[in-house]
Ligand binder design. Sequence first.
Ligand code: FAD
Length: 344
Amino acid sequence: MQKTALMNTTTVKTRTDYTKLIKTNEPYILGDDSTIVYGADMREHTTFRIGGPADAFIEVTSPEGLVKAIAGARAARIPHFILGGGSNLLIDDCGVSGMVIKNRYKNITVLDPQSLNYLLPSLSPQESETAVFLLAGSGTKLSEIVNFACDNALTGCEFLAGIPGTLGGAVYGNAGAYGKSIGDLLVMAKLINDSSSISCVERDYFNFNYRTSRLKKSGECLLSAIIKLSRGDEKKIKTEVDKIITERHLKHPPEYIGCAGSFFKNVAPVTPNSRRIAAGYFLELAGAKDMKHGNAEVYSKHANFIINPGGATSAEVLNLAKKLKSKVLEKFGLMLEEEVLYIG
Ligand SMILES: Cc1cc2nc3c(=O)[nH]c(=O)nc-3n(C[C@H](O)[C@H](O)[C@H](O)COP(=O)(O)OP(=O)(O)OC[C@H]3O[C@@H](n4cnc5c(N)ncnc54)[C@H](O)[C@@H]3O)c2cc1C
C-alpha cells in the first residue's frame, strides 16, 4: 500500500491481495470488540465517496482492539492503514491492499488537576486557575470534542468547529483553521510505537508544523491525547462555534457531495512571519472554477475544493488535480502541493 501526497496519474498499479493471509491471522488481529468485513467498499468510508474495495476492513472500539490489530498486522507483514473519519483521503479505484483499521476508540474525560501535577508547574498562576485538561481517545470526532467543550463552557477549541474527522487524523495532519491548529492544544499523548507497545510523549515530540506532524513519517498511531482548554463563558463559546459553522456552510459543499476539503496546501509566504496565502486565491485567478474532468469538478464556491457530485473516479480526480497544478504553475510559477492524501 502506498500513502503519498505526490500523485502520479500514469503509474501502472500492481495490487497484491492479502485476504487469505488476513483470514489465517484473524485470531491474532481481532480483539473482543473488533469486527471484520472482507472486500468493504471504501466509497462508504470516505467523505470523497471514491475508492475500490479494501481486502479487509476492521473496526475497533477500544485501545486493546487497536493495539491488537496493528500488532497482528505487523507480525504477519500485512500492510495496514489507520482510518479516522476518512475526510482527508483519496482512495484509488483499485482499492486498498491489506487491512484498513477503522478507529472508533472514543471517549472524553476531564482530568483531575491533582493527577496532572507534573504539567501544572509550567502554567502561569492565572492559567492554572482556568486551565482544564481533556483526555480523548484518538477515534473521537473533532465535533464531539467541540460539543463537549460547548456543553461544559470550555474555550480554546472553537476553531475546530466544522472540521470533519477524528482526533487521530487531526493530529496526524495538524489540522486547523483561522491560523490555529490542533498541535497548539495538545499537551501529551499516547502512541502505539514501532514495536506495537505504548509510549507516552509530550507535545514537542510531534514536530508540529503547517498541516504536518512527525506521525506522517514515523508510522506511529495516536492512541489518545491530552488537550488543554480553559474555562470560559458558555454563551460566547456557543456564539463563536455557531458563527464558524455558518461560515463553513456558506463556503463548503453540503455533506451529500463528495469532497475531502482543501485539495492543495496554502502557499508559504515570501516574507517570514506573515500568513500563508490561500491556494484557492491562485486557483481562482487561474480559472479553476470552470474546470472539470469526467465527473470530478472544482466546487463553484471554493476553487481549492475538488468535488464528486456523483460517480467520479480517483483517476478523474487525479487528472483534474494535475490540470489545476499546471494552470497555477503556468500562470504564477508556483508548484502547489497536495493536502489530500492519496492511498493506492
Ligand atoms: C468539508 C471539509 C472541510 C475540511 N476543512 C478542514 C479545515 O478547515 N482544516 C483542516 O486542517 N482540514 C480540513 N479538512 C480535512 C480533514 O477533515 C482533516 O484533515 C481531518 O483532520 C482528517 O481527519 P480524519 O480522521 O478524517 O483522517 P483520515 O482522513 O481518516 O486520515 C488522514 C490521515 O491520518 C491518519 N490517521 C488517522 N487516524 C490516525 C491515528 N489515530 N494515528 C495516526 N494516524 C492516523 C490516516 O492514516 C491518514 O494518513 C476538511 C475536510 C472536509 C471534507
